[in-house]
Design a binder for this molecule. Sequence first.
Ligand code: CA2
Length: 146
Amino acid sequence: MGKSVLVINGPNLNLLGTREPEIYGHTTLKDIEGLCESRCSNHGFDLRFVQSNHEGELLDAIHSAAKSQDGIVINAGAFTHTSVALHDALKAVGLPCVEVHLSNTFAREEFRHHSFISAVAIGVICGFGANSYMLAIDALANYFEQ
Ligand code: CA2
């Protein structure tokens, strides 16, 4: 059976490509979805791509992945730095999860240096723009092969 991957995007990422291009570039979330689709299909994976500005909806997406997905790529946006609930949900479902960020959060404000996601992720990729997502999908593919 082919694997299925859930890519989760948190708050404000729907604004990508329309605001603050100096930080986040000109790529839209729709563009990133297309790139993820093609990277997943290269690996023979199905893709489910989700964005929400609501923490509870992100939690629901993680819970439902327990039944239908094999791995998670998550850019939790600002919830990365605040959400014990997302940490608990990822830990509870126990799927391999790769944390991604477009920007290098360690080269930015101090409050972006701590992540509640990292401790429950198999790894973290940040600073490569939309390519962070591609690297995360490749990392999951590699993990599945082990
Ligand atoms: O670099 C990343 O991917 C972040 O997860 C992006 C979050 C930020 O809070 C994290 O520290 C790092 C912010 C996403 C906001 O995206 C926007 C896009 C366009 C315009 C405004 C915000």
